[in-house]
Design a protein around this ligand. Structure first.
Ligand code: HEC
Ligand code: HEC
Length: 488
């Protein structure tokens, strides 16, 4: 560090000391001790997948690389790309400069919006695509008032070379409300499915080779379930390009065919505001949340795709082939300090003010919720979830599971596909919290219901089965119930 006077430094240090929170030492996210009991057993495998050991995880090289916002062409600062070409690679977070809680949370925000997810970096074609205003319009990437495209970043890995990176956490976990950006809320604006359908068709048009490399091989690694006999997810990967594109095009807004789900069983994007309230992560309760290191680990695993190093079974196909994922250069891990900062940031998030008034009708709806309709038995206030796992239709938990986990041994009868036929398939569906449900545009784990009105309309059962609660109420009571839900 360059500084004029040692004395000056001491004064600064003393001033900073007052605000230093000594509890803010990043914990280790990946200890063998905490890995034990982290993941929930998978249906069909009858045990939890085996994650990378502590030793192997910490042997991975670290990644802490500064990335830069991407702007729409009309709002880009003058000579921005030239300026980027003059930048040296720098760390995303300067860890030794973090002292106060506020410093850590601010760093966590950088990580949330700027953390590079290596699978999606470095494509020249994509860089051209996002500089095309027509494509930007069609892809509906969320854009702030000053023209920043949320989720996309420029990456400077070596001086002079600017690459495009996509899929930071904010790509899926942020929502713009009344022109204001809210991190943590699900992105239900960008049509991820149709967008991937479009890219699929483009790849196939360019060459069968590119389609195989960029789409088919990734799908196989992301979606196949090695321990499932006649894996339907694998069969989909062999369909003609157009059929695959059609399946992507069907994925509703607010839903994502995430790795470990599948194109047949995609999942609703999570709301991370209040995620700290859950005992289990994911709609299928794939892992426990016992303390902040669990959130760090979840984030480390998805962000760095070290999940690709997780063993899903015992056979030769039990884990991913990295080359097929475009990860031939290997996998890096995010330093614990960054994971910690990001977890603190996520746990500090707040949602937008609720515009829906708690009026007389909503109050009536609340009464129905608490008494007649018995919703509160599962969606227990104040979190509006009892934090239990329900059983997917067709699954029988073992006596050990019943003892070990918070299981409500009944099924709400929704589509069991995600819970039984994917690598997130624990056999369970978590009781979701209904807080901020007004910011959702789709409902149930697969987003198969597109409004709360539809959810509580008895006709819904003709197309989407399960969760029959509240359907036998009088129409005016159902309307009041919906009104109440929107105030949460
Ligand atoms: C491509 C979209 C996408 C990106 C990028 C993404 N997520 Fe998610 N995230 C999802 C979806 C979809 C789910 C729901 C998964 C499920 O229920 O199985 C989810 C679930 C989660 C959960 C569990 C929430 C809950 O309710 O239990 C956490 C925590 C999380 N994501 C954090 C992150 C972090 C941190 C990053 C960045 C490293 C990230 N996500 C990047 C789509 C995404
Ligand atoms: C027996 C437990 C149980 C009861 C009773 C219950 N729910 Fe649910 N609820 C669930 C489960 C489990 C899910 C998730 C199902 C899935 O993802 O497939 C859910 C999902 C929902 C959703 C969609 C949330 C989302 O994020 O997708 C809403 C809204 C909802 N319930 C409202 C209600 C209301 C209102 C009542 C009373 C009329 C009620 N529930 C009664 C267990 C219950």
């Amino acid at each position: 560090m360059k500084t004029g006077s040692i004395l000056g430094l001491c004064v600064v240090a003393a001033a900073a000391m007052a605000a230093v929170d000594l509890t803010l030492t990043p914990p280790q996210s990946w200890t063998d001790k905490q890995l034990t009991g982290f993941r929930t057993p998978l249906a069909g495998l009858n045990k939890a997948p085996r994650m990378l050991s502590e030793q192997a995880y910490y042997a991975l090289p670290e990644n802490n690389l500064k990335t830069y916002p991407v702007y729409t062409p009309d709002k880009e600062p003058p000579n921005y790309l030239d300026w980027l070409r003059q930048q040296d690679p720098k760390p995303l977070v300067e860890i030794d400069k973090l002292h106060t809680q506020a410093d850590w949370i601010a760093a966590g925000k950088e990580v949330f919006f700027g953390r590079e997810l290596p699978r999606f970096t470095g494509s020249e074609e994509n860089l051209q695509l996002i500089r095309n205003p027509q494509i930007l319009k069609a892809y509906r990437v969320q854009t702030t008032a000053d023209g920043m495209l949320i989720g996309l970043r420029y990456v400077v890995r070596e001086k002079g070379k600017v690459e495009l990176g996509t899929d930071t956490c904010s790509m899926c976990h942020a929502q713009i409300h009344d022109g204001k950006l809210y991190a943590g809320l699900p992105n239900n604006y960008t049509p991820f499915g149709p967008l991937m359908a479009d890219l699929t068709r483009r790849y196939a048009q360019i060459s069968p080779q590119l389609f195989d490399n960029r789409r088919r091989s990734h799908m196989r690694e992301d979606y196949r379930v090695p321990y499932l006999k006649d894996d339907p997810n694998l069969a989909v990967c062999d369909l003609p390009a157009n059929d695959i594109a059609d399946l992507y095009a069907r994925v509703p807004l607010g839903v994502y065919p995430r790795n470990n789900t599948s194109l047949l069983y995609p999942v609703k994007i999570a709301n991370l505001v209040d995620v700290k309230g859950y005992k289990y992560f994911d709609r299928t309760g794939t892992a426990r949340q016992r303390d902040i290191t669990d959130l760090m680990r979840y984030s480390g695993a998805i962000g760095d795709v070290s999940d690709a190093l997780t063993n899903y079974g015992d056979g030769p196909n039990a884990h991913s082939v990295l080359v097929n994922l475009g990860l031939q250069k290997g996998i890096r891990r995010t330093p614990d300090a960054l994971l910690y900062a990001e977890a603190l940031y996520i746990n500090s998030l707040e949602g937008p003010p609720n515009p829906n008034p708690f009026d007389a009708e909503a109050r009536h709806g609340q009464e129905i919720f608490l008494t007649k309709a018995k919703c509160a038995e599962c969606h227990t206030p104040p979190f509006y979830s009892n934090n239990k796992l329900t059983v997917a239709e067709g699954f029988t938990p073992t006596p050990e599971e019943l003892k070990e986990y918070d299981i409500l041994n009944l099924s709400v009868g929704t589509d069991p596909g995600l819970a039984l036929k994917t690598r997130k398939g624990t056999g369970f569906y978590r009781v979701p919290s209904l807080k901020m449900i007004w910011t959702s545009n789709v409902f149930l784990h697969d987003g198969s219901v597109s409004s709360l009105e539809e959810m509580f309309n008895p006709d819904r059962l003709k197309t989407v089965k399960g969760h029959p609660f509240g359907l036998d109420l009088k129409p005016e009571d159902r309307a009041a119930l919906v009104k109440f839900l929107k105030t949460l």
